[in-house]
Structures are given as C-alpha cells and as structure tokens.
Design a protein around this ligand. Structure first.
Ligand code: DGL
Length: 270
C-alpha cells in the first residue's frame, strides 16, 4: 500500500450514481484528491450478470491503480455485491479496497438489533443476497427484507424525481408487503440519495432512511486516519473519468455531485 498520503482516492461506479458518495467524501475530507471513474459505456450494471460486472470492475480498477490511488472505493452496490472479493484479491497489497455494503451492514447490525429492516436496490444487488449474508454473520437477530426496484435508476437518470411520476413509482414500490413494518430502509443503490426526501415523505419520518454515502465516507475517513494516510493539503485537482460521454450525463453529473463536474472521456473499451 502506498504511504503517500497525498495520493488520490479512487472511486468507481457504473455511471454517475457514485458521485453521491464522492460528494460526501469531498465534503468530509476536503483535503483529499479523487479520481472518479464512471463506466458509462456499460451502464446499468444492475441488470448485468455477475461475470460481466466482475470483468468491467477489474478493468476499471486497473485504471485507478495506474492513477496511483491510495485507496479504491467501489461506489456501486451492484459492483460491490458482484465483484468486491475479486477486486480486493486483484489489488492485493497495492491499495485498500472498500465497498458500499459492509459499512452499512456494520451500522445496521449495531443500531437495529431484533428489528425489521428493509432494503431496496437493483436486481443484481437484491438477488446476490450480499446484504443478507453479511448481516447474518454480524447480527442474525435482524430481519432483513429486500425488494428489487429496477425502475428507480432509469427514472432518476431521466430527471424524474420530486414530481408526480416519481411519486407514483416510489409509492408503488414502497407499498410492497416485503417492506411492511420496517424500522429502517437501506437505500442499496448509490442513485437513491436523490430520492431520499421523497422516500422520507412517504414514511412521514417514521422510518430511518439509511443512505450509504455518509456512512461510507465516515468509514473511509476513519481508515485513513488510523493509517496516517489523510492528506494534509489538496495538491491535485479531482478528475472525473468516464468510459463514454453524452451531454445529458454531464448535466446530470452536476445534480449528483452538487457542483459543476468536468467529465473526461477515458476510453478503455475501444
Ligand atoms: N449505482 C448503481 C448501484 O449502486 C446502480 C446503477 C446501475 O445499475 O448501474 O447499484
């Protein structure tokens, strides 16, 4: 693992959803530099096979290693559930690898003992049982009920949130009996922080809405602190690399990152 604390943090996602996590990382640790990679050419990962997601994730990881990243965060639940172990093995001692599932499972296992917790995510994330199996190991007394909500990513990407259509789709999903009587709901997709307010409104504040971005950013900060890897000054510009680019992604990136983002095309699949 590099001992250069000014080295960037590498973050990747299938597209721009992971920018919600990148934004929290930046907010919490403004001295850190980051290299973000959005594999827009293969979006969405959530409907792909585990084997395909693994192949994409390894190639993207290679780019981040070439950029000298001190840490790699898989800011995509679909890739975290399908490819985390493989990426970690592949990276070996070169960098620490984090996913967006484990920190959330740790949080849930500590705060919701003997309670019922819901999870919404892509088909890949839900069908992989990644949350259930990890949670069972840490706290088998928590009942986790999952629901695949595949319409939400295209809905958000097309800019449908805080409107009548998003309201109806969200309501239709959240009325599912799997999510009855939950104490908390895990937003198991890095796109979903954009509809957190709408989900919160649906539950009238009675259910805790757990968005992984804050929990994961805090976990990264703790790790960097413990390993004296926190950067003292920001000396590099953040870079946002994408494997394909369209004007609409550049416009949406700003919504996910809460500030202007310059996307650089970095073709790794040509
Ligand atoms: N951001 C991805 C996730 O967290 C969802 C988008 C996709 O399906 O590629 O699962």
């Amino acid at each position: 693992m590099t001992k250069d604390n000014s080295a960037p943090i590498g973050i990747f996602d299938s597209g721009i959803g992971g920018l919600t996590v990148a934004h929290k990382v930046k907010e919490l640790m403004p001295n850190e530099s980051m290299v973000y990679f959005g594999d827009i050419a293969h979006l969405p990962y959530g409907d792909k096979s585990a084997a395909a997601i693994q192949a994409y994730s390894i190639k993207v990881t290679d780019v981040l290693l070439q950029q000298g990243c001190k840490l790699i965060l898989i800011a995509c639940n679909s890739a975290s559930s399908a490819a985390f172990e493989l990426v970690r093995e592949y990276v070996g001692s070169k960098a620490k690898v984090f996913n967006v599932i484990d920190p959330v499972v740790e949080h849930v296992s500590q705060h919701y003992n003997k309670q019922k917790v819901g999870l919404i995510g892509t088909k890949q994330t839900v069908n992989s049982n990644a949350y259930e199996s990890r949670l069972k190991q840490l706290n088998p007394d928590i009942e986790l009920k999952s629901l695949a909500t595949p319409l939400l990513v295209p809905m958000i990407e097309e800019g449908f949130f805080e409107n009548r259509i998003s309201h109806d789709i969200i309501e239709a999903y959240l009325h599912d009996e799997a999510l009855e009587e939950i104490e908390a709901l895990i937003l198991g997709c890095t796109h979903y922080p954009l509809i957190k307010n709408e989900i919160d409104k649906f539950y009238g504040g009675k259910v805790d809405i757990l968005d992984s971005a804050t929990i994961v950013a805090k976990r990264l900060q703790q790790f960097l602190k413990e390993h004296t890897l926190l950067s003292e000054n920001k000396i590099r510009k953040d870079r946002f690399l994408v494997s394909d680019i369209t004007a609409s992604f550049e416009a949406s990136a700003k919504i996910f990152f809460h500030e202007e983002v310059h996307l650089e095309k970095f073709p790794i699949w040509d």
